[in-house]
Design a binder for this molecule. Structure first.
Ligand SMILES: [Zn+2]
Length: 161
């Protein structure tokens, strides 16, 4: 038997105000994206914003459905839009935020495993890591450069050989 230990690396900032101007703007886009969240069932709004190399911003928000599995997270709404419309314009950064009136969010909301796996595929498509910025209104800000910090066991077919 062998024990293994995996360490992940990310930065924590006290607030969005400590980020670069470009990243602050991207966070504002993620907050703005929440206004189109369709979340009548969870009452949990999530907003995502992608900044592409060209400077273009793509917004996504969670889209729920009365048939629950038919909904989709904010991150994948944005990432699939990118793949369908701008696959040749690499994603530099993704900011994700959330809000609910039901309870206080004291920590950043991390993306679900499915969204992380989709982001990993996007990184693979563009051959570049994506800076991920996670925050809420009252939480610190977590920043990671690349998906492996959040999903060290992501599935890639080259691990099958
Ligand atoms: Zn998700």
């Amino acid at each position: 038997m062998t024990n293994h230990e995996i360490k992940i690396a990310f930065q924590e900032y006290n607030s969005v105000a400590e980020l670069s101007t470009a990243d602050q703007q991207l966070c504002a886009e993620a907050v703005g994206a929440m206004k189109n969240s369709h979340s009548p069932y969870s009452k949990f709004s999530v907003g995502a914003a992608l900044r592409l190399k060209s400077g273009k911003i793509i917004q996504g928000s969670n889209q729920e459905n009365v048939a629950y599995p038919s909904g989709l997270c904010a991150e994948r709404v944005a990432l699939f839009y990118w793949g369908a419309n701008h696959p040749d314009d690499p994603i530099e950064s993704m900011a994700v935020t959330a809000h609910t009136e039901e309870f206080e969010l004291k920590k950043p909301v991390t993306s679900c495993g499915s969204c992380l796996q989709v982001l990993a595929e996007c990184e693979k498509m563009q051959q570049l890591p994506v800076k991920v910025i996670l925050f809420t209104g009252k939480s610190p800000v977590w920043v990671a450069n690349g998906i492996e910090s959040f999903l060290p066991f992501l599935f890639f077919e080259d691990r099958l050989s």
